[in-house]
Design a protein around this ligand. Structure first.
Ligand code: MSP
Length: 666
C-alpha cells in the first residue's frame, strides 16, 4: 500500500484577508489532494493561520486589540472562506493553538538537544513584512526590502542562533540525491546556488517583543516566527499516534516568495531534530490581476468568494488551474475567464452532453440504450481518449494540473469531433435506432470518465454531470482507485438523469453585468494586431542588386554568407504549455522545452491557426538566440517559432522523427 498523501498550504498571515493569491495556494492543494483521494490513497490536507510575530503584534496594537483577540477575529475568515471555494481541509491549525505551541516547544528541545542552538546577539536588518532577516547586499538602496518596498529595520538583540551553516553539505546532498525535493526544477537550481553560496547561522529567537511561542527554559525569548510557523506541518499530527504516522508530508505547496524558508530552513530544522524530511516542496508562481500586481487594495476588492458567487466556484477553480501554468507566474483576467467559461466549459463540455443526452430521453425512454450495433466507421476518433485520460492522471501526479486539464479537453475535443462526423441526428431522422444508440452510448461513457477525471478540479460540476448521467457523486474511498479505466456503470437499461444546462452561456450583457457587480473594469477594446516573432519574418528591405529586376528583389532576399546563417541558433523545441493571451487574439503564450533547465517563454502569432491545446507535445523549430521581445506587460518572448502561410492557416515547420528537445538544426 502506498504512503498516504499528506499535502499542506502555507499557513496564512492574519494581517490580511483571504485573497486570490492565498486562494490559489489553497485551491491547488485541494485539487491535488482530491486527485490522490480518487486514486484510492489515504489523504490528509492541512491549512491554517500564522498568528505570531512582530507584524501581527503591531497590527493588533494599531487596532487597539490584544494580539490573541485580534488573531481570533482574523483567523475566522480563513477558516470560513476555504469551504466556500470547495476546499475541504482535514484540519485547520492556528499557531496560537495550545497543541501547536506545546509541540513547537518539543521541536525546539530536539534541535537544542542536537547541540545546534547557541546564544549570541543578532545585529542586522529585519523586514517586518517578510518576517525575515536580510543582509545589506540583499536590500535595495536605503535598505529597502525588494518585496515590501519599505525600509528594513535595524535590530540588535540577544538571540538564540541555529547552526544552519553546519547543514550546508547535507542540504546540498539532499538536493543532489533527491532532486525532486524542490519543484519545479528551475527553483531547485535557485535554492542550490543559494546554499552553495554559503549559509550563515540563523537567529531563531527574539527578545524585543513577546508575541510568540516562549523558548523552552528561557522565557525572555520567543521563537522566531518562521521556526514556530514551519513547525505547524509536524505539530498538527503529534497528539494522535495514527496521525503521527502521516509524517513526513508528501507535498508542501508554497508560493515562490517563501521557498527559501521551506527548502532550506525547514529541512535543516528537521535534520537537526532527527525527523524525516518532506518529499517535495512545490513553489507556485505569483498571480497578477488584469495585469496588475495584487496590491493590498486590489486584494480587498477582488474577493475570491465574490468571484465564486459571480461565476460559480468550479469555474473559478477551473480557471485558476487551467489558465495559469502551475509553477509559473500568471495573470488572472476576468474577461479571459468568461471566454474560457463559454468555450471550454459551455461549448466543449456542457454542449457535448446536450448533443447526446436528449436523444436518450426522446428515443430511448430516458435509459442507456443497448449498443449492440456499434457505428464503427468513426470510432478511430475516440481511440486516443483512454491515453489522454491516463496522461491527465500522470499530470495531476506530477503535479501539473494545467496539463491534466489540457489532456481532459483533448479527450473532449475528440468526442466532439466524433459527434460531428457520426451525425447522430441523421441516424435519429432515419429512425436508425441501433446506430443512434451506438453513438450516444460511446459519448455518454466518455463523459462518465471525464466526470471522474474532472472531479479534483470541479467537484460540484463533475457531480452535476454525473447526476444527468444517472450516476451518484464521486465518493473516494481508501483502497479503491476510481480513475477511469474503461469500466462503466452506464450499462444498457440504466436510468439517466434529467437534462439541464451545465454551463449556461454568459452573453456579453450578462458578462458586463457580472463584471460590474464585482466593481471591475469593462472589457478592454479589441486587441490591436501585434506581429509576433513566430510570424514568418518579412524579408529585410534591401537595395536591389544592380541590374536585378525590382520584383525579384522583393521576393528574394539577398544571399548571405554561411557565417551569417551560422549565427542563427536553430533548435528543436517541444511545446509543453500553450495558452491564449488575453485581449491579443492572434497571440499564444507558449512554454517550449529546449532542453534547458526551464522551458522557454515564447510568444507566437499562432492563435488564429491553432487551438493552444493542439500545440502541446508538438515538436517545433525555434530561433533560440533572438533578442527577447516584449508584447505588453510581463509578456516577453524569448525566441521565435518557424511557420509558413497566412496567419489564419499557418503550417508549423517541424522535423521528422523525435529528436531530443534542444537538438541543434543545421
Ligand atoms: N505566513 C507565511 C507562510 C508560513 S508557512 C509555514 C506567509 N503567509 S502569507 O499569507 O503572506 O502568504 C501565504 C501564501 O500566499 C504564500 O505562499 C504566497 O506566495 C501566497 N501569495 C500571496 N500573494 C500571492 C499572489 N499574488 N499570487 C500567488 N500567491 C501569492 O508567507
Amino acid at each position: 500500500m502506498s504512503r498516504p498523501f499528506y499535502v499542506t498550504t502555507p499557513i496564512y498571515y492574519i494581517n490580511d484577508v483571504p485573497h486570490l493569491g492565498t486562494a490559489y495556494s489553497t485551491i491547488a492543494a485541494d485539487v491535488l489532494r482530491r486527485y490522490h483521494a480518487v486514486r484510492g490513497e489515504r489523504t490528509f490536507f492541512l491549512t491554517g493561520t500564522d498568528e505570531h510575530g512582530l507584524k501581527i503584534e503591531r497590527v493588533a496594537k494599531e487596532r487597539g486589540l490584544a494580539p490573541k483577540a485580534f488573531a481570533d477575529e482574523m483567523s475566522a475568515p480563513f477558516r470560513e472562506t476555504w469551504p466556500k471555494l470547495a476546499c475541504a481541509p482535514d484540519d485547520f491549525i492556528r499557531t496560537t493553538d495550545e497543541r501547536h505551541e506545546r509541540w513547537a516547544a518539543e521541536l525546539w528541545k530536539r534541535v537544542a538537544a542536537s547541540g545546534d542552538l547557541y546564544e549570541g546577539t543578532y545585529e542586522g536588518w529585519y523586514c517586518v513584512g517578510c518576517e525575515a532577516y536580510y543582509t545589506e547586499k540583499e536590500l535595495a538602496e536605503g535598505n529597502v526590502c525588494a518585496t515590501h518596498k519599505t525600509p528594513a529595520e535595524r535590530v540588535r538583540e540577544p538571540s538564540y542562533f541555529f547552526k544552519l551553516s553546519r547543514y550546508q553539505d547535507r542540504l546540498l546532498e539532499l538536493y543532489r540525491d533527491h532532486p525532486s525535493f524542490v519543484a519545479p526544477g528551475s527553483r531547485l537550481n535557485e535554492v542550490k546556488s543559494f546554499v552553495a553560496g554559503g549559509l550563515s547561522d540563523l537567529s531563531v529567537s527574539r527578545t524585543t517583543f513577546s508575541w510568540g511561542v516562549p523558548v523552552p527554559g528561557d522565557p525572555r525569548h520567543v521563537m522566531y516566527v518562521w521556526f514556530d510557523a514551519l513547525a505547524n506541518y509536524w505539530t498538527v499530527l503529534q497528539d494522535d499516534p495514527e496521525r503521527a504516522a502521516l509524517w513526513p508530508a508528501s507535498l508542501h505547496v508554497v508560493g515562490k516568495d517563501i521557498l527559501r524558508f521551506h527548502a532550506i530552513y525547514w529541512p535543516a530544522f528537521l535534520m537537526s531534530a532527527g525527523l524525516p524530511l518532506p518529499e517535495q516542496v512545490f513553489a507556485h508562481g505569483f498571480l497578477t490581476f488584469g495585469g496588475q500586481k495584487m496590491s493590498k487594495s486590489l486584494r480587498n476588492t477582488v474577493k475570491p468568494t465574490a468571484l465564486a458567487d459571480a461565476f460559480g466556484v468550479d469555474t473559478l477553480r477551473y480557471y485558476l488551474m487551467r489558465a495559469i501554468a502551475f509553477g509559473q507566474d500568471g495573470d488572472f483576467d476576468v474577461h479571459d475567464l468568461v471566454a474560457r467559461y463559454n468555450a471550454d466549459l459551455g461549448n466543449a463540455l456542457g454542449n457535448l452532453l446536450q448533443r447526446v443526452l436528449p436523444f436518450c430521453h426522446r428515443v430511448f425512454e430516458g435509459l442507456v440504450p443497448p449498443d449492440d450495433a456499434p457505428p464503427e466507421e468513426h470510432e478511430a476518433l475516440l481511440s486516443g481518449v483512454p491515453e489522454s485520460l491516463r496522461m491527465a492522471g500522470e499530470a495531476f501526479a506530477t503535479p501539473a494540473p494545467h496539463v491534466a486539464l489540457e489532456r481532459i479537453w483533448s479527450a473532449l475535443r475528440d468526442a466532439n469531433a466524433y459527434v460531428d462526423r457520426s451525425a447522430p441526428w441523421d441516424a435519429a431522422k432515419k429512425g436508425d435506432k441501433p446506430r443512434l444508440a451506438g453513438i450516444v452510448v460511446r459519448v455518454l461513457r466518455l463523459l462518465e470518465s471525464v466526470s471522474v477525471a474532472l472531479w479534483p478540479v470541479m467537484p460540484g460540476k463533475a457531480d452535476e454531470l454525473r447526476l444527468q448521467l444517472g450516476l451518484g457523486p464521486v465518493s473516494p474511498s481508501v483502497g479503491l482507485d476510481l480513475w477511469p479505466s474503461g469500466a462503466t456503470a452506464l450499462v444498457a437499461g440504466a436510468k439517466l438523469g434529467e437534462v439541464a444546462a451545465l454551463f449556461p452561456r454568459i452573453d456579453p450583457d450578462r458578462q458586463a453585468e457580472l463584471i460590474a457587480s464585482l466593481g471591475l473594469a469593462p472589457p478592454a477594446p479589441a486587441a490591436v494586431a501585434v506581429a509576433a516573432p513566430s510570424a514568418p519574418a518579412a524579408p529585410a528591405a534591401s537595395a536591389p542588386a544592380p541590374g536585378a529586376p525590382q520584383a525579384a528583389a522583393a521576393d528574394q532576399p539577398p544571399s548571405i554568407a554561411y557565417d551569417d546563417f551560422a549565427k542563427v541558433d536553430l533548435r528543436v523545441g517541444v511545446v509543453v504549455a500553450a495558452e491564449r493571451v488575453p485581449r491579443k487574439d492572434k497571440l499564444l503564450s507558449l512554454r517550449v522545452d529546449l532542453g534547458e533547465a526551464e522551458p522557454r517563454a515564447i510568444v507566437a502569432g499562432l492563435a488564429l491557426s491553432f487551438a493552444p491545446e493542439a500545440l502541446v507535445g508538438k515538436r517545433v523549430l525555434v530561433v533560440a538566440n533572438l533578442e527577447p521581445r516584449t508584447f505588453g506587460k510581463g509578456l516577453v518572448s524569448h525566441g521565435m517559432i518557424l511557420a509558413s502561410g497566412p496567419s489564419e492557416s499557418l503550417t508549423l515547420a517541424t522535423v521528422s522523427g523525435e529528436p531530443a528537445a534542444g537538438s541543434r538544426v543545421k
